[in-house]
Ligand binder design. Structure first.
Ligand SMILES: Nc1nc2c(ncn2[C@@H]2O[C@H](COP(=O)(O)OP(=O)(O)OP(=O)(O)O)[C@@H](O)[C@H]2O)c(=O)[nH]1
Ligand SMILES: [Mg+2]
Length: 334
């Protein structure tokens, strides 16, 4: 499981990784508890659906109900069909004879439906450049602040670049995060060329020995040709100074937008080299199943999930833990 930050970020100090077992245990409990809380709306919605399913005859109607439940949770049609197919196979093999076993299989099969691509974030390069992109309001700037805070905790020196020179108060918002986290923010004036700001940001990181440069960008839709071109330019500018960068291009998706999030992810994936998805606002949605749809149907690794507005409300994604928190025993009415 990758619930520890020191395991998510490849390249943090060895010292940050070595922890006594009891400390690890405590952290895992805390991590899981936060995840459970973040998914509580989704779980409550599932509870209601599940309470209407009677584990009696595993006939067509029963499987249809399960299918409806998963679709309702925004797991997506393709993933739902595949998950239910595998559940039926397990039932045919005699592996599902009570609701507890059904839940167990639902967890493991769902966990297996997440993309197998590497969910870790390598921050070992000096500097590592992380570009954050997405539709407006999906949580880019907030997540950048949270990532920076976590990196600080692990002994890394992040530097933030205010590449969103478009939206009013976007620069101030990132500067404010910089103050909270206590890290430097390279910025310019509103309306300035984002390429120029990014160039200055990378140069500053190199000269000051910052470890991780995180570039904020203006919210955009894939259909906004100029803004998409601007993104390409930002990448070119980054590569002038760090040829193998950006090392990560993370796409933020707002989980509360449901299936629209899947559409956004698909379109961004076609336009930009996305290395991972950050699913934000999991705390605000009853349809957390969207995580499965995006990861499975687009074969994109989910790397982080946002479970609130505070700095600590960011969690490394872990398929097993996610499925366990979503489909926990309370679904059986316990
Ligand atoms: N509840 C909750 N709110 C979040 C989370 N992540 C971000 N938000 C809130 O979502 C709103 C938008 O977040 P921003 O970080 O400004 O989003 P953005 O993508 O940078 O937006 P633009 O710069 O306009 O493109 C803010 O009010 C955040 O506090 C989350 O995980 N949970
Ligand atoms: Mg922003």
């Amino acid at each position: 499981m990758t619930q520890n930050w020191s395991e998510v970020f490849v390249g943090v100090e060895e010292g940050a990784r070595v922890e006594p077992p009891e400390e690890k245990q405590r952290k895992r409990r805390g991590w899981f508890q936060q995840l459970r809380e973040g998914l509580s709306k989704s779980r409550q919605a599932l509870q209601q659906q599940f309470s209407a399913i009677i584990f009696d005859q595993l006939d067509d109607e029963f499987w249809e109900r399960i299918e409806e439940t998963l679709i309702y949770a925004d797991v997506g049609v393709e993933s739902t069909v595949s998950i239910v197919e595998q559940l039926e196979q397990a039932a045919d093999a005699g592996e599902i004879t009570d609701s507890q076993q059904l839940l167990h299989h639902l967890r493991t099969i769902t966990a297996d439906h997440f993309s197998g691509a590497d969910a870790r974030i390598d921050v070992s390069k000096m500097p590592t450049v992380i570009l954050v992109v997405g539709v407006n309001g999906t949580g880019k700037t907030t997540t950048i602040g949270k990532i920076a805070w976590h990196l600080k905790q692990l002994g890394k020196e992040p530097l933030l670049v205010a590449g969103d020179t478009f939206r009013a108060a976007a620069i101030e918002q990132l500067v404010e995060w910089g103050k909270r986290v206590d890290c430097e923010v390279i910025h310019s004036e509103r309306g300035a060329d984002p390429g120029a700001v990014v160039f200055d940001g990378i140069a500053a990181a190199k000269s000051r020995g910052a470890d991780v440069v995180i570039v904020d960008t203006a919210g955009r839709l894939h259909t906004q040709v100029n803004l998409m071109k601007e993104l390409e330019k930002i990448v070119r500018v980054i590569r002038k100074q760090v040829p193998d960068a950006p090392h990560e291009t993370l796409l933020t998706i707002d989980a509360t937008t449901g299936q629209n999030g899947l559409v956004q992810a698909r379109l961004f994936k076609e336009a930009v080299d996305i290395t991972g998805v950050i699913l934000t606002k999991m705390d605000g949605t009853a349809k957390g199943g969207i995580a499965v749809a995006i990861s499975h149907e687009l074969d994109l690794p989910l790397k982080l999930i946002g479970t609130g507005e505070k700095m600590e409300h960011l969690q490394p994604f872990d398929a097993g833990g996610f499925a366990e928190a979503l489909f926990d025993d309370t679904l059986l009415g316990g």
